[in-house]
Design a protein around this ligand. Structure first.
Ligand code: HEM
Length: 261
């Protein structure tokens, strides 16, 4: 989105990164392995990522969507980059189906890469146009971080799966409604938020959290899962700012007029 005069300028990327790190590190001390199992890994995840969740809601392209200031082009760019991320998450989860801890959260019914590819194609009006939407350095870095987290016992993947899937099942539902209302996106362009194989989303999320809790008893380093979830949130935040900046730049080059309040 184009920066308007009544909106404070976004801080430079370096400042933002430092602020993200500081707030997250200072606000919620990370519990040790025994403490995590006692309070439940899913509760610990929610607690340590809460400050980052607040930042994610306000970051770049997501904030634009929620405030009704996004565009189809910006949303397509976000989807294209998230597609790379979900492909990495799902390829790695698939590989870890039988791995202790990770096996609990390998759930085909939440896999999103296929749905996103479909949305992107429908949004862009065909496969060729969808393929032309660029992968940004931040999208690539996020996907590479996912792949790196799947090395060895792969438990870091749990942090990535938590961040994206519980997000899609929660706030994603609100985002879907906003996209329908503000960008006029039909259901065929919002498959990412539609979980056809799941009836009761709240009950499903409870089951997913219980599976995350069980996973903590099959690894000696559940604290690594908290660290990876925090990394996942930061990668999301960086991607949201990058998508906004790239979409703004493209709109300016195309001579799109700035929105007026
Ligand atoms: C517009 C933005 C967003 C809104 C309005 C929103 C809203 C919410 C709400 C209301 C919940 C609580 C749902 C519940 O307790 O069942 C939630 C949970 C969650 N959200 Fe968001 N969210 C947004 C963006 C995001 C983003 C960008 C991410 C990650 C990239 C994210 C990740 C999560 C996660 C992981 C949870 C589960 C928390 C837990 O129960 O452990 N959200 N969100």
């Amino acid at each position: 989105m184009t920066q308007r005069s009544d909106v404070p300028a976004d801080p430079p990327a370096g400042d933002r990164d430092a602020r993200v790190r500081d707030e997250a590190a200072g606000a919620v001390p990370s519990p040790n392995a025994d403490e995590i199992r006692r309070i439940g890994l899913s509760n610990a995840l929610r607690e340590v990522t809460a400050p980052l969740h607040r930042q994610a809601e306000k970051a770049g392209a997501i904030s634009d969507i929620v405030r009704g200031r996004s565009s189809r082009a910006a949303y397509a760019l976000l989807l294209r980059n998230l597609h790379a991320v979900y492909e990495a998450i799902e390829r790695c989860l698939d590989r870890h189906r039988a791995t202790p801890a990770v096996r609990h959260i390998v759930r085909d019914e939440v896999f999103r890469a296929g749905a996103i590819a479909l949305d992107l194609e429908n949004l862009c009006g065909g496969a060729a146009a969808a393929a032309a939407v660029p992968l940004l350095p931040e999208g690539r870095a996020y996907a590479e971080a996912v792949t790196a987290s799947a090395e060895g016992d792969g438990v870091g993947l749990i942090g990535h799966a938590y961040t994206r899937y519980l997000g899609d099942l929660s706030g994603g539902q609100t985002v879907s409604q906003v996209l329908a209302r503000t960008l006029g996106l039909d259901a065929d362009k919002r498959n990412i938020y539609r979980f056809a194989a799941i009836g009761d989303l709240d009950a499903y999320k409870d089951g997913y959290r219980a599976a995350i809790d069980r996973a903590a008893f099959e690894t000696d380093r559940p604290d690594a899962i908290l660290a990876e979830a925090m990394r996942a949130f930061r990668l999301n935040i960086a991607l949201f700012w990058a998508v906004q900046a790239a979409a703004d730049g493209a709109a300016a080059r195309a001579g799109t007029p700035a929105p007026v309040d």
